[in-house]
Design a protein around this ligand. Sequence first.
Ligand code: FES
Length: 64
Amino acid sequence: MSEDTVTITPLLDGPNQVSGGVVVTDEAGNVIKEADTVFLCRCGFSANKPFCNGAHKREGWTSN
Ligand code: FES
């Protein structure tokens, strides 16, 4: 894998972990976060979308 490779890992009963130098933008293309790794909500319960805020645990969300 090259250094530019981005890896997306769906965590068990949790968010998608995105690693490899990530830039997250809003709908208008404005940068809202730059990081080596981010955790993106996939349960739909986060109050801080697109990021995971741990709400999946409180809601008992499961990925299976
Ligand atoms: S995956 Fe964590 S709040 Fe949605």
